[in-house]
Ligand binder design. Structure first.
Ligand code: ADE
Ligand code: ZN
Length: 344
């Protein structure tokens, strides 16, 4: 499309990127060898024969849970602070090349703690990767890259495990120091209503911690409302199933709640058959704010620019519509007002 150079230049914010989802099959195999982390018990899965067979398997995910099984196995190769730092730097360098000015990066602390990798290892690695990227792009003024980190609690584990993880992060002072910018919630969605995490999210709210949650990806529009009412979130990750309910969309529009939509992810995880079925047009018409994001780019074979281009191919948006999307993405960011003005 003739708009692709414009889309690269457009100042972009990415709000929905799981750093563990940027682990490519090539790097997965390299780190597995370096860290002597075999990939049991799935080594019996022929998909783990090589990066190529793994990539082929990724192209055939049948659902969120089918993807998550591979995602949680893949991240077992992340062991040392430099593994997390290198992964973070590599993503940020790519994002900067694609015109991302502000990135909010998710990570899954419980999936590392459960394997004996400490929270200090994970967070110090993330912060080191950010330092390296910010130093490299520091001289670019408004075009520099700012980065925030958001830990996500995991819904496939008991709520008590989430509570312990939140307490641990609190005890380390990560939120009060600003190392971590907010709290998220992800992993399997069906049969895991948001309200089960209400107590933890209420505690976060009392400490002034911003909150977001994956909702309305596979789960119904009612989970989007539950995340707003019972978790006090100020935005919604995915949220695409809100399009099934006019009342829900009306509320999102009225309250200015931003959805962090991930079009290629929705196709790969079979939420929709094609990008054309992601409710981009509906959200624009109803005034529902959203940003466009990659989710797990190494697993869905598309970084943020690929997602912008896929949306353009499918919907043929105008320059004006793209400027609205970009402005809403800046305004829905958790950076300071000064930085928002700088990006705009
Ligand atoms: N963890 C990583 N990617 C996810 C997604 N798309 N939905 C829920 N949990 C996730
Ligand atoms: Zn996600």
């Amino acid at each position: 499309s003739p708009l692709h150079p414009f889309l690269t230049r457009l100042p972009k914010c990415e709000h929905h990127l799981h750093i563990e989802g940027s682990l490519s099959p090539d790097l997965l195999f390299a780190l597995s060898a370096k860290n002597s982390t075999p990939l049991p018990p799935i080594t019996s899965d022929p998909s783990f024969a090589s990066p190529a067979t793994l990539n082929a398997r990724y192209a055939a995910f049948s659902s969120l849970d089918d993807f998550l099984a591979y995602y949680y196995i893949g991240m077992r190769v992340l062991v040392t602070p430099s593994d997390f730092s290198d992964l973070t730097y590599a993503y940020l360098a790519r994002a900067a090349r694609e015109g991302v000015r502000h990135a909010e990066v998710f990570f899954d602390p419980q999936a590392h703690l459960s394997r004996g990798v400490s929270i200090d290892t994970v967070v110090s690695g993330l912060l080191a990767g950010r330092r390296r990227a910010e130093a490299e792009f520091a001289g670019r003024g408004a075009k520099r890259l700012t980065v925030l980190f958001i830990p996500c609690l995991l819904r496939h584990l008991p709520v008590s495990d989430s509570a312990a993880c939140f307490e641990l992060m609190q005890s380390k002072g990560y939120f009060s120091r600003g190392d971590l910018a907010g709290l998220g919630l992800c992993s399997t969605e069906l049969a895991k209503p948001p309200g089960d995490w209400a107590e933890i999210f209420a505690a976060a709210g009392r400490h002034g911690i911003r909150r977001t949650a994956h909702a309305g990806e596979e789960g119904p529009a009612g989970y989007v409302i539950a995340a707003l009412d019972e978790l006090g979130v100020s935005r919604i990750d995915h949220g695409v199933r809100a399009a099934e309910d006019e009342g829900v969309m009306e509320r999102l529009a009225r309250e200015g709640v931003m959805l962090t939509v991930c079009p290629m992810s929705n196709v790969r995880l079979k939420g929709v058959e094609r990008i054309e079925h992601v409710p981009i047009r509906k959200f624009l018409e109803r005034g529902v704010r959203f940003s466009i994001n990659s989710d797990d780019p190494a697993y869905f074979e598309g970084y943020v620019q690929d997602n912008y281009c896929a949306v353009q191919e499918a919907f043929g948006l105008t320059v004006g519509e793209w400027r609205t999307i970009a402005r809403n993405a800046v305004e829905g960011s958790w950076c300071g007002e000064e930085r928002k003005r700088e990006i705009l």
